[in-house]
Design a binder for this molecule. Structure first.
Ligand code: PRP
Length: 185
């Protein structure tokens, strides 16, 4: 797909490709420093985290493995009901491991809170969270994010893994959609 032209339903680019790259590099540098000499397991939450995790993983200088989980939180109306379902669980046995959950975005916080409770119960050596985007205005539950890329306003964002009705995941930047696009639904 050609990314030279901004799609018609995009209102504005919120975070440029260069800013995303710089911040993901910084996050990887911090993680690499914090876990020096350790081995970590990155848990990517599908689908949205797949590009973020791929880039983060390649910038890390610390030994690591990757695994994925797939969860479902948003209903058909695109509002989060607070109910989270596991669509696909980890293959990895995490007891005694240093685990970092990698998420593209935290909105209400229900998904990440659910994950933290679920994974803590499996007794990892440590459990941290690494999140590219956070919408603090939308938060419904208290959460600690250990590595955060950007705080963003309450707008529907796409690109760098994030979608609108499965579109725009491969845009290289983070963009806000025109409100009329998703308010029509
Ligand atoms: C998004 C995102 C988080 C969740 C955050 O996933 O990747 O997992 O929503 O929302 P919350 O903080 O309100 O719980 P989504 O359900 O859109 O699925 P996708 O990643 O497969 O696109």
């Amino acid at each position: 797909m050609n990314h030279e032209t901004v799609p018609a339903d995009v209102d504005e680019i919120l975070i440029s490709q260069e800013s995303v790259r710089d911040v993901v590099r910084q996050m990887a540098a911090r993680i690499s420093q914090d876990y020096q000499g350790e081995k970590i397991l990155l848990v990517g939450i599908l689908k949205g985290a797949f590009i973020f995790l791929a880039d983060l993983s390649r910038y890390l200088t610390v030994e690591h493995q990757i695994d994925f989980m797939s969860l479902s939180s948003y209903g058909a109306t695109a509002t989060t009901a607070g109910e989270v379902r596991i669509i696909m669980d980890l293959r990895t046995y995490i007891r005694g491991k240093h685990v970092i959950v990698v998420e593209d975005i935290v909105d209400t916080g229900y998904t990440l809170r659910y994950l933290q409770q679920l994974l803590e119960a499996r007794e990892p050596a440590s459990l941290r969270t690494c999140v590219l985007l956070s919408k603090p205005d939308r938060r419904q539950v208290d959460l600690s994010i250990d590595y955060l890329g950007f705080e963003i306003p309450d707008r529907w964002v796409v690109g760098y893994g994030l979608d609108y009705a499965e579109r725009h995941r491969t845009l290289p930047y983070i963009a806000a959609l025109k409100p009329e696009v998703y308010q029509e639904d």
